[in-house]
Design a protein around this ligand. Structure first.
Ligand code: LLP
Length: 429
């Protein structure tokens, strides 16, 4: 459910007409709804009610990669969420938005010594280690700083997530985590490393999961591992079950499991684990809370079909090009008429296609169009390809709205480059 609805025939974000935002900010622009984010926070929490998670309850660490805008993170910080970060940059963003260090989990296969030192100094809640050499490095960095790193190993449970190959992470050929077959040895080694305190286990098998089966299988393996680790003398106090819950993108596809169904599965599988549970949801919190608002530049008649050329492009929203992802496309002021068109951006490659032969609201030159469910992995994956400035972001809360990131100007893009001395001379001459 989201708060993008037609009112008097025109698409609104909460109480604000998208057309008002487009007129003021220009297009393309991302628009986020605070009420939708807050609703998803509530629904996710409610879904987890009744899970056994110790006196503090579950730690819900928002996967910052899904949407790192400071206003989004601050909204989540106010709601009591922590953060799952995968770089020093994300860690600093989370802190800047007011997320306390003791609610931050650091994931990722390639943490550098500098990033480890930063996170250690901040005093984060947990490092999710993804390999044995990473454990050695973290211990060394921590020892040098005179600190101890609280760690979990992210295990690779070898289950197929059943999602797009590029966003599956829990198969034996994926780069993530320590193979579960080597976990006992990895923990045995970590336990004697001077800079580490082993506190938990972590798992994350992929994103946009639309079936609970693979997660259930992965979590069961984690449960068995916890028992084995305890039998070997490790004290396991946390279990991080990652993120991954899918959201509905295509109305023609079955609706993914709800947070309530996910929570019920977690409750069942984790009963008796006697740990604090951690979760790292990203998409399910912010996906439906954002749209990419764009204007039709022109409709071009091709050999066999119309091309709808919009002013957003693959640099602004890369999911369709990268994963053949589906985003619903709606007219901001629909007439009720429909047509079938291929929706493309202005970038000079055929991959700059949002939808092929899509039957959608009929629109004409100059009309506004919204790509729905663009709040997760939208702006955050944008680039400046074709020298297009980064898309602005706007946040709405009831009748108020604010620019939470301005459009990047071409001047700032150009001035970020500099010339080497030998070319500088030539330019002057
Ligand atoms: N935790 C870890 C360790 C992750 O790698 C991810 C996502 C998450 C949590 C959050 O997963 P979520 O709840 O959002 O599914 N760019 C792709 C998605 C990449 C996901 C990467 N990892 C897309 O646009 O579909």
């Amino acid at each position: 459910m989201d708060h993008f609805e037609l009112r008097d025939g025109s698409l609104h974000a909460e109480d604000v007409a998208l057309a008002t935002i487009a007129d003021a900010v220009g297009t393309p622009t991302y628009v986020y709804s605070t009420a939708t984010i807050e609703r998803h926070v509530r629904v996710f929490r409610e879904g987890l009610e009744g899970v056994e998670s110790g006196p503090e309850g579950p730690l819900i660490a928002f996967a910052v990669k899904a949407n790192p805008n400071k206003a989004v993170l601050a909204t989540l910080a106010a709601a009591g969420f922590g953060a799952d970060v995968v770089s020093g940059g994300e860690l600093m963003r989370a802190r800047a938005a007011g997320i306390p260090a003791n609610k931050i989990v650091f994931s990722g296969v390639g943490k550098t010594a500098d990033e480890m030192a930063l996170a250690l100094r901040e005093g984060i809640f947990q490092f999710n280690l993804e390999s044995e050499p990473e454990a050695e490095m973290l211990s060394e960095v921590a020892t040098t700083l005179g600190l101890t790193a609280p760690v979990a190993f992210r295990v690779n449970p070898d289950v197929e997530a059943g999602t797009h190959a590029k966003i599956s992470t829990g198969g034996s050929e994926d780069k993530f985590g320590v193979p579960i077959s080597r976990a006992m040895a990895a923990y045995a080694r970590a336990a004697i490393l001077p800079g580490l305190t082993v506190q938990g286990v972590a798992v994350h098998i992929g994103s946009q999961l639309t079936d609970l089966g693979p997660s259930r299988a992965a979590f069961s393996r984690v449960g068995a591992l916890i028992a084995e680790l305890r039998a070997a003398g490790h004290s396991i106090a946390t279990a991080d079950l990652g993120g991954g819950l899918g959201v509905p993108y295509d109305p023609a596809k079955p609706v993914p499991p709800s947070p309530a169904e996910y929570g019920a599965m977690v409750r069942e599988v984790t009963a008796g684990w006697n740990v604090r549970l951690l979760f790292e949801p990203g998409r399910v919190i912010v996906g439906n809370a954002g749209v990419l608002l764009t204007r039709v530049i022109r409709v071009k008649q091709g050999e066999t079909q119309p091309f709808l050329i919009v002013d957003a492009a693959m640099n602004d929203l890369i999911r369709p090009s990268l994963y053949e992802a589906y985003h619903a496309i709606r007219a901001v002021t629909p007439t009720g008429a429909q047509f079938t068109a291929t929706v493309v951006g202005p970038i000079c490659e055929s991959g700059d296609t949002f939808a092929k032969r899509r039957t959608m609201d009929e629109v004409k030159d100059g009309d506004l169009v919204a790509f729905m469910t663009a709040g997760a992995y939208g702006a955050t994956m944008a680039s400046t390809y074709n020298s297009r400035g980064l898309t602005p972001e706007v946040m709405v809360s009831r009748h108020e709205w604010a620019i939470v990131r301005p459009r990047q100007t071409i001047e700032s893009l150009i001035s970020a480059d500099s010339l080497p001395a030998w070319l500088e001379k030539e330019t002057v001459a």
